[in-house]
Design a protein around this ligand. Sequence first.
Ligand code: MG
Length: 347
Amino acid sequence: MNKNIREAMEEREANYLSPHACLSRNSQGRLRPEDECDVRLAFQRDRDRVIHSKTFRRLKHKTQVFLAPTGDHYRTRLTHVLEVAQIARTVAAALRLNENLAEAIALAHDLGHTPFGHAGESVLNELYPDGFRHYEQSLRVVDILEKKGRGLNLTLEVRDGIINHSKGKSELITDDRDGMPATLEGQLVRLSDIIAYVNHDLDDAIRAGILDEESVPADIRNLLGNTHSARLGSMVRDLIVNSLAEDGARLVLSQPILTAITDLRAFLYENVYDAHRVHNDFIKGQKILRELYDYFLEHDEYLDDSIDYSPETTRERRVCDFIAGMTDHYALDLYTHIFLPKPWSVK
Ligand code: MG
């Protein structure tokens, strides 16, 4: 029998990709079994489902670091995930890992982010009785919330990469398998995430006038370079070269570059994320979400009723999902509409 297009592509993948790559045809499948597509590989299909989702489109109006930025060149959560995907694909191509899997995880990993970035995440964590973590919410979006409560039904490998992408302030590379993605592609997205954000957040902080190039510690500048492109290139090249030296069996960064990345992250925490000007906006954003949360516990008006929830879903869960799904603009507009008086217009 003739192979269809997808089956022919699966064979090409098996012949071409590294023995350490996750092949599409070896996927452990989906929560609800589905027929395979005749023209697309399983992970390509996942990537397409993410891109066509409403939650993905809303990322364009969600904060990366700067709240609802009006400057055209600031990153948003959407451009962040595109940069993560680009880095992950570059490394995956060089190591012959599965680019489609890496891209699908990268594009989906932050779907659960709240309005106002980590400020929103911490306030929902405080308000919602079971706590709130954006990576758990990302999984909830793809498993349940998208498509009016049916979810995107993604493969287990993409779901594993989403739930295990976050590292907080913990070790970047570790032999501890606990909390690490099962596939190398998932582990690659985890690293690409931090490589993307330390670079673009630094670039945006310089653009915003919070930092200048010279305030970056000299040892970091000397090692990585003086421009955004040089710094990013140094990290990506180091990851490729050192991983290839171990036959691509695991992801490796040299010790100096690993130290520079963690030092740069610490530098950004101190000088950008916790900086007075940025932090002040965070406090205001948190106040808005806190008041919206309390309001929706009591009021049905405006509450999203498009999702077909299971009967045991609590009011708090619905409110938490609704607020987590908002863009910065939507939260600001809704707050204004609900809580601020409208001036009388005389005609
Ligand atoms: Mg991210």
